[in-house]
Design a protein around this ligand. Structure first.
Ligand code: LEU
Length: 472
């Protein structure tokens, strides 16, 4: 770490290429691959088409990640989608993305993955009965607080957690794949007979993709922390090129393994496919599966926490969030106020909200904002044609991604417009706050005094200083 002439901390770039791969793979593999296969199958009712949905979800996510590789080397600051929308479409659009991330997308994602962790961590202790809801909430809260503390203590430590758990979840999925192969060998499975008969309804297909894409969610997380990535021009695209094929191949093989062992009816009836799979084929080692899921989700929560805090810090640097969000600990170089705030909102969500219901509402907003970023890439090719682009994807890639993404998100809205309307309303609810908090510069002296005091208080309490993004 260094200090520049303005007494601002210059952040060291601590994230290596392999940490970057760990962030991508470790953020993507969370709860989805253990739960969503049932959802995909329920909507398609076809083994063959379910597998197609998984493969195409991987391909679509990879196309998106390629577009984000271009965006990430064009705009190398942290903040991901927020930074790109800000650059492409200006401060209001950027602020609205930050707004939904701050209060809905990030806390809900953290809450969901933490609650899934809690459920599976508790499962071995309640093999034959229902786990009390309060215990699940308590364990979820402990998971969030513990990981937030680790993230406050050191970036290196949180990267270690990410790497270890990523390795753990890869081992878990590889064991599932191996057991699937074993299952195919020992039993004469006919689960793949009649693989293509199914329910090919456009709306249901879109929902099936949404389930698959949730499990692939997280492919853009490294873009949220590019400001701390070593040699981002080389390492961002490399991490994407290494990470995305690994996840896509593993996910497709894992689904093949599930289908090799479970019948369609078993798949549909299962709340947690991996557990049903384990009970059927792991024998006396079936208890391992909930532990696998717990480990995987624990690492997943770490990825969301790590990247959320950097997003909020970038927002504060831009003047879109209170300045204390941009404070980093003077020696540990971690964004402590931002981490604590993000943990608190998630805790509130766990205690009082229903994160699982909310996910239905925000998934459209999330995908629309990803589409907007890719639209921004196309737009910036026109508005900033000469900006250096160490990576320039073929223009056909963003167009294909944009069209498919909009098709998937908007098709269900023709028959169920309410969800989209709620998404748009939630996003637009940020507009008054933008004008009040960001646009209005001549705020009363009393307001300025209070906010300065809060800033000073946080600086002292968390031994923090502002970082200098420019010096990266
Ligand atoms: N892909 C992650 C999971 O399956 C979710 C994502 C939104 C971080 O848990």
């Amino acid at each position: 770490m260094g200090e520049d002439s303005n007494n601002k901390v210059v952040l060291e770039r601590k994230i290596t290429l392999w940490n970057g791969v760990g962030i991508i793979v470790g953020s993507i593999i969370g709860s989805g691959i253990f739960l969503s296969p049932a959802g995909v199958y329920t909507y398609t009712e076809s083994v063959g088409f379910s597998l197609v949905v998984w493969c195409l979800s991987g391909v679509l996510s990879t196309l998106g990640a390629l577009c984000y590789a271009e965006l990430g080397v064009l705009i190398t600051r942290s903040g991901g989608d927020y930074a790109y929308l800000l650059e492409a479409f200006g401060p209001l659009v950027g602020f609205l993305r930050l707004w939904i991330a701050l209060f809905i997308i990030r806390p809900t994602t953290q809450a969901i993955v933490a609650l899934t962790f809690a459920e599976y961590a508790a499962k071995p202790f309640f093999p034959n009965c229902v786990i009390p809801q309060d215990l699940i909430k308590l364990l979820g809260a402990i998971c969030l607080c513990l990981l937030t503390a680790i993230n406050c203590i050191s970036t290196k430590l949180s990267m270690k957690v990410q790497d270890i758990f990523t390795a753990g979840k890869l081992i878990a999925l590889i064991s599932i794949i191996a057991m699937g192969v074993y299952g195919m060998i020992i039993s004469d499975t006919n689960n793949f007979d009649d693989a293509w008969s199914g329910d090919y309804d456009a709306k249901k297909i879109c929902y099936a993709f949404m389930q698959g894409l949730f499990a692939f969610g997280g492919w853009n997380y490294l873009n949220f922390v590019t400001g701390e990535l070593q040699d981002p021009y080389k390492n961002l695209p490399r991490a994407i090129y290494i990470g995305m094929p690994i996840v896509t191949i593993i996910y497709c093989l894992t689904n093949l393994a599930y289908f090799a062992v479970l019948t369609g009816a078993e798949m549909k009836a299962s709340i947690a496919v991996a557990v049903t799979f384990g009970n059927k084929i792991f024998g006396s080692l079936a208890w391992l599966i909930p532990i696998f899921v717990a480990l995987s989700t624990f690492g997943g929560v770490n990825g969301v926490i790590f990247t959320s805090a950097r997003l909020f810090a970038t927002g504060a640097n831009e003047g879109h969030l209170p300045s204390f969000f941009a404070l980093f600990h003077v020696t540990k170089q971690t964004p402590i106020p931002s981490l604590i705030f993000s943990c608190l909102v998630s805790l509130i969500m766990i205690m009082f909200g229903n994160a699982f219901e909310l996910v239905n509402y925000f998934s459209q907003a999330l995908w629309l904002s990803i589409a907007a970023c890719v639209g921004g890439l196309i737009w910036m090719r026109k508005t900033k044609p000469d900006a250096p682009r160490p990576i320039k994807v073929n223009i056909i890639i963003p167009w294909i991604f944009l069209i498919i993404c909009l098709g998937l998100v908007l098709t269900p809205s023709f028959t169920e417009p309410m969800n989209l309307a709620i998404n748009i309303l939630i996003t637009l609810s940020g507009v008054p706050f933008y004008f009040l908090c960001v646009k209005w510069k001549n705020k009363p002296a009393a307001y300025k005094k209070v906010s300065k005091s809060v800033e000073k208080f946080c600086q002292i309490l968390f031994s923090s200083v502002f970082i200098d993004e420019e010096s990266h």
